[in-house]
Design a protein around this ligand. Sequence first.
Ligand SMILES: C[S@@+](CC[C@H](N)C(=O)[O-])C[C@H]1O[C@@H](n2cnc3c(N)ncnc32)[C@H](O)[C@@H]1O
Length: 212
Amino acid sequence: MPNNYDASAWFYDALAQLVFGKALVKAQQFLIKDIQPKTHILIVGGGTGWILEELARIQPCNLKITYVEISAKMLALSRKRNCGQNEVAFVHKAIEEYQLSQKYDVILTPFLFDNFSEKRIQSVFDQLHQCLKLDGWWLLCDFQVQENRHQLWQKVLLQTMYLFFGWLCNVETKTLVKMDVYFQQKNYVLVKEKTFYQGFITSKVYQKSTNF
Ligand SMILES: C[S@@+](CC[C@H](N)C(=O)[O-])C[C@H]1O[C@@H](n2cnc3c(N)ncnc32)[C@H](O)[C@@H]1O
């Protein structure tokens, strides 16, 4: 199976911090800060699971979280996290292979889609769209290459990451696909957004407005 981060699990967070400082964490803190009690959340590709501790800091109880991760090693690290009194169901599966039987208030996909080919993006997007409640939030963060003076270093850094994680974790793409169009096609409303790391990281909160 492609895109499995097993081989990088033991050093992933340290490397991320070395390269990006606190930017990856801040990008996700921005997304989750308005999460209310009793929210039912689906997290896909949560990595080592530090996001579970961040969620517990904001809402220490009454969250119901489904945590789907393809990497057994990432999942093992995530299980050790302090989740407070929140109820977390850990699922060791690729999201494509997980039968989503319930509807969620919030879906979080942190640096997930930038691993995928267009074909996989479309099918995973459709799958997740179906299981998000009407008016629910889709919290997305990913890398982006801007069309401005930062374009060159952003391209170089992105390709370096694709080379490294392509080799180590079998990441299937070397091309970043713009996600906006998927959300526009399904009439999502962009509620708020913010960029980090001189625009290379983008965090967006989308709200689902139609069920089609
Ligand atoms: C780039 S890492 C990001 C980790 C974490 N979100 C973070 O920001 O630190 C992508 C994560 O998604 C997981 N992943 C990739 N494809 C997946 C899939 N199809 N289903 C579930 N998890 C997946 C990988 O194993 C990895 O842990």
